[in-house]
Design a protein around this ligand. Structure first.
Ligand SMILES: Cc1cc2nc3c(=O)[nH]c(=O)nc-3n(C[C@H](O)[C@H](O)[C@H](O)COP(=O)(O)OP(=O)(O)OC[C@H]3O[C@@H](n4cnc5c(N)ncnc54)[C@H](O)[C@@H]3O)c2cc1C
Length: 441
């Protein structure tokens, strides 16, 4: 295993470093702040547990599971209720079952369902180059179901704009299904059949103590080589081909360096022309609101949560019923809801105060549940989510072309190849394998 320095101790950098460690390496991880986890800083107060960023993930996962197991990190399965999803649209809360019972939801007309059901026989080819999420969905499933599906996926995963997001960059698996089988539905069924017998189907898992505890466990797995309070100022290559990493007060060198920062944070540290390529990538600002209170006041529906449809008339992108699908999110007799506001469609809401956004969520949750909501516990956290607009996949190709001239330099994190933790795991496995010179122990 090469000697490796990882820059950035968010979940992205931690997973890369943990995979290097799992493969027998001794990575150094340099983190600017005083703690691991990056945006995933769990709030645990008054018996409530709010995740301001990643809150759940699908496990088992072929890339993530071996890393988590090696580091002794455990997630627990969410309650069965996590399978019950809702969509709020046209003033109604629709239950959307995972199963073929979906066909009976009144969320869309029979005519729209009929068009969507013909997806396996749609032969319209994709346009040349990258296609938007909205374009892909309406081409495959028709206008109504396509618009709804694209909206829900854009809001639920990226807080993004379905007309701008690139299907190739944002949801490459759907493109792969179409390419493999000529249809998303047929491709999905084929995949399911190919799954080896006895393999567990991935299901929603959560961190019992919160993602911050997961981050702390991953950092501890690196022994003393997780180094907080190390804001890196430059990453450059020496004449001998080794990588030199500088921070205020010190330097380290290694065969390889993994910069696990968002492109805008990575850019000032790196050599041109790569640095220039990493500037100006779009972000969508979001406000995450936690509302807690007695169950008699919140009366959350039993399920994972509700995404909002294109005709919802409310500003929340989605509201998750945290205490209803995840253990230990609220004290006994209390409930916790988590709302996501802002995103590409509504950046103006970020001008509002935390109090105003929380009050808006109380009113909107009340509209969804049909009751007056009076929370007793309120927290708001703001952050920004990287966006992958049409052209992102071509931009990634340019980034990879530059990296090919810089052997030993790798980029990781949610700004590049996927914004969920499972994509960070895939990155970690890919980079770990590239750095590995020996068998996995
Ligand atoms: C509202 C929201 C909900 C989400 N929900 C989910 C979900 O349910 N499931 C899921 O899988 N994912 C979810 N995500 C995504 C997930 O949280 C991210 O993929 C992940 O946390 C990003 O980790 P990262 O390491 O790439 O970036 P970051 O967390 O941004 O980490 C970067 C780190 O680098 C450090 N740093 C910055 N500059 C320097 C420097 N110069 N030197 C050293 N260190 C530096 C920072 O301090 C930070 O710790 C969600 C995100 C948000 C915002």
């Amino acid at each position: 295993m090469r000697d490796v320095i990882v820059v950035g101790g968010g979940l992205g950098g931690l997973l890369v470093a943990a995979d290097v460690r799992r493969r027998g390496g001794d990575p150094i991880l340099l983190e600017a702040s005083n703690r691991p986890g990056g945006v995933a800083q769990t709030i645990r107060e008054d018996g409530f547990l709010l995740e301001p960023a990643a809150g759940s993930l699908l496990l088992p996962n072929p890339d993530l599971t071996p890393i988590l197991e090696a580091a002794g990190v455990s997630f627990v399965a969410a309650h069965r209720e996590a399978r019950t999803r809702f969509v709020y649209d046209r003033g109604t809360l629709f239950e959307v079952p995972e199963s073929p019972k979906f066909l009976f939801t009144r969320l869309v007309s029979w005519r729209a369902k009929w068009r969507a059901a013909r997806e396996p026989w749609v032969t319209t080819p994709p346009p040349a180059g990258e296609e938007s999420l909205l374009g892909f969905f309406t081409r495959r499933f028709g206008l109504d179901v396509g618009r709804l599906g694209a909206d829900l996926m854009a809001h639920g995963v990226f807080a993004g704009d379905p007309a701008s997001l690139s299907i190739q960059a944002a949801f490459p698996r759907l493109v792969a299904l179409e390419q493999a089988a000529g249809s998303v539905v047929k491709g999905g069924l084929q995949r399911r059949k190919q799954r080896p017998a006895g393999t567990r189907r991935p299901s929603v898992h959560v961190a019992p103590e919160g993602m911050a505890a997961i981050a702390a466990r991953l950092a501890a797995y690196l022994d003393d080589e997780f180094r907080p309070n190390h804001p890196v100022t430059a990453v450059r290559r020496s004449d001998g081909g080794r990588w030199i990493v500088e921070w205020d007060g010190g330097t380290e060198s290694a065969d390889a360096v993994v910069v696990a920062l968002a492109p805008a944070q990575a850019s000032p540290l790196l050599p041109e022309p790569l640095a220039g390529l990493l500037t100006g990538r779009p972000l969508a600002p979001v406000a995450v609101v936690g509302l807690g209170g007695p169950a008699t006041s919140l009366r959350l529906p039993t399920g994972f949560g509700a995404l909002t449809g294109p005709d919802s008339g409310i500003r929340a992108l989605g509201i998750l019923f945290e205490s209803e699908y995840s253990p230990d999110r609220a004290p006994s007799g209390f409930q916790l809801a988590k709302g996501i506001y802002g995103g590409a469609a509504d950046p103006g809401i970020m001008e509002e105060s935390d109090e105003a956004i929380a009050a808006l969520m109380s009113r909107e949750l009340g509209r969804i549940t049909g009751r007056t909501v009076e929370p007793t516990w309120v927290r708001v956290r703001r952050s920004s989510i990287p966006q992958y607009p049409v052209g992102h996949a071509a931009w990634m190709d340019q980034v990879d072309e530059q990296l090919a001239h810089l052997p030993g330099l790798h980029l990781a994190g949610w700004g590049y190849r996927g914004i969920g933790v499972s994509s960070l795991g895939a990155d970690a496995a890919r980079i770990g394998a590239a750095l590995d010179r020996g068998p996995v122990s």
